[in-house]
Design a protein around this ligand. Structure first.
Ligand code: HEM
Length: 187
């Protein structure tokens, strides 16, 4: 594993643990929880993809257009008649490292997609899976890592970590918002 990716993975492991724990609380075999899960992802993803595209992401990753998932997610929300959540605003960064940090989190968030899709299917609700199944069968993660290892090695690590922290933070906040909004009030 490249030393930069190893470093970033180690540095962001506690944040990954927190988003993993938060998102694991949605029971994806239940249609209602799946809807909340999609809303949380949308609140974070729309703003993050918009911020990336206000900067140089298309120059950093040669296959960026293939990676955008906002349209797939919007399709699922529309099919389920879920109102679009308010996007969590993101101020685009001014350094290349920040963009690599954000896109590392977005691309990593696909990794459990297949397992999560299976959980939705197991629920038998026939819910749409454009978002979770996006890019299935295409080696997007290895291709991302190859570009990351080749092009990101000289970026400012502080900025790289800032982008990563910001992106994980937006997902975490969005998950907590949806989980809190539905939690039953204490007696
Ligand atoms: C149900 C919640 C989640 C679980 C159970 C989970 C689990 C995992 C697992 C098992 C891996 C390693 C996969 C592999 O190496 O093939 C991984 C990697 C990763 N996940 Fe998650 N994840 C979850 C949610 C998320 C979310 C919401 C994000 C982003 C917002 C995220 C970002 C990442 C990243 C960036 C990596 C790559 C780490 C590396 O460099 O290897 N994960 N996750």
């Amino acid at each position: 594993m490249s030393s930069l990716r190893q470093w970033l993975r180690d540095a962001s492991a506690p944040l990954h643990q927190r988003v993993d724990t938060a998102f694991s609380r949605f029971d994806l075999s239940e249609r209602h929880d799946y809807e909340l899960f999609l809303r949380a992802h949308a609140a974070a993803l729309f703003a993050l993809e918009t911020a990336l595209e206000q900067g140089p992401i298309a120059q950093l990753l040669n296959d960026w257009p293939e990676r955008r998932r906002s349209a797939a997610l919007r399709q699922d929300l529309q099919a389920l008649q879920i109102a679009l959540p308010a996007a969590l605003s993101v101020q685009p960064g001014s350094d290349e490292g920040w963009y690599w940090g954000v896109v590392y989190v977005l691309e990593g968030s696909r990794l459990g997609g297949r397992v999560l899709s299976q959980r939705v299917r197991a629920g038998g609700s026939g819910s749409p899976l454009h978002y979770l199944a996006h890019g299935e069968g295409i080696p997007l993660w290895p291709r991302f890592l190859a570009q990351f290892e080749q092009r990101a090695t000289r970026v400012d690590r502080g900025q790289l970590l800032l982008g990563t922290q910001l992106a994980f933070g937006r997902f975490l906040r969005a998950a907590e918002y949806e989980l809190q909004a539905t939690a039953s009030p204490s007696p």
